[in-house]
Design a protein around this ligand. Structure first.
Ligand code: 4AZ
Length: 308
């Protein structure tokens, strides 16, 4: 169980919002939720005042938490990573004819966001499946796709409006290894120079090999004025894009990471989707950071098609 307290001063005393997280292996969330609610209500009766439980914000469906965060890197220590451990539980692989093509990010138990350019060859949902888990093979969970909605203004090979949402034919049950990321509000100002994390099964270098195990890298958010400098992208960065990486090069997303997440943690360590891997001039070159679809810019578009 994890706890996250958020206290704020109130004229009559203190408002304490306490988030309780319960992790169960059972899949019967409703029964568990009712049992937890009953016990908490009983206990709260012992306290005077106006303590109430708001179950609608039940943490069983909370976004952006990494329950299975390992403190060791299996690749560095030679340790063993547990199968499907779900370090980045919102990361999905988009497969066409069972071959990994792109990344995608889980934003509800049925909806994912990805990049429009992933579907430039085909947006026929019958050809696509979504897989979850740290490894491409064996995957933890695979779902057919019911609907693919590509931004109506996306026109290959232009990079603008590089966003798509897709709905699974059957929703997933959230577990510690598979659940949704948080989406920022449209009005959120994203600071630059802060650390963000990119994850994916994309190429390890330009034209390089595709790994079977999910990779992660820390990058810095780069402000658009810098990214639009002549020697960088020379004005190609529009308000719907955000750059991330290092001007000195070396760390970047690459082919096959497209559609996948660029995330940042908030002060409570809940992770928000800030960007979607979109484009760049090759990978990890100096002055050519990765360019991501800016999620806040498309937040209302996401709501329009998903209701989220
Ligand atoms: C691609 O081709 C691609 N370095 C994705 C990301 C980046 C470059 C290319 C960013 O899908």
């Amino acid at each position: 169980m994890g706890m996250n307290r958020n206290k704020s001063p109130d004229t009559g005393g203190v408002i304490a919002q306490v988030v309780l997280m319960f992790l169960f292996s059972s899949t019967d969330n409703t029964a568990l939720r009712m049992a937890v609610d009953k016990i908490l209500q009983e206990r709260l009766k012992m306290y005077p005042g106006s303590a109430r439980i708001n179950l609608s914000s039940s943490t069983l469906t909370v976004c952006g938490l990494r329950y299975n965060r390992s403190t060791v890197s299996p690749r560095i220590t030679g340790g063993v990573e547990i199968w499907g451990s779900g370090e980045w539980p919102w990361q999905a692989s988009l497969m066409r004819n069972n071959i990994h093509r792109c990344g995608a990010t889980l934003i509800s138990n049925t909806w994912l966001v990805s990049a429009a350019h992933c579907f430039k060859e085909s947006s026929n949902p019958r050809l696509w499946t979504v897989s979850f888990g740290t490894y491409l093979t064996p995957s933890l969970l695979v779902r057919p796709v019911k609907t693919i909605i590509v931004h109506e203004k996306y026109r290959y090979p232009a990079h603008e409006y590089d966003i798509a949402v897709l709905q699974l034919a059957k929703g997933v049950d959230f577990t510690s290894a598979v659940h949704r990321v948080c989406l920022p509000d449209a009005s959120e100002m994203i600071p630059y120079n802060i650390d963000a994390v990119i994850t994916g099964w994309g190429a390890m270098s330009d034209d390089g090999e595709t790994p079977n195990v999910l990779q992660e890298a820390t990058v810095k958010l780069i402000d658009s004025n810098t990214c639009n400098r002549k020697e960088v992208y020379n004005g190609a960065i529009t308000p719907g894009m955000i750059c991330a990486g290092y001007l000195e090069g070396g760390v970047d997303s690459c082919q096959g990471d497209s559609g996948g997440p660029l995330v940042t943690p908030d002060t409570r360590n809940m992770w928000y989707l800030v960007g979607i891997v979109s484009w760049g001039d090759e990978c990890a070159k100096p002055n050519k950071p990765g360019v991501y679809t800016r999620v806040t810019y498309f937040r209302d578009w996401i709501t329009k098609y998903t209701g989220l």
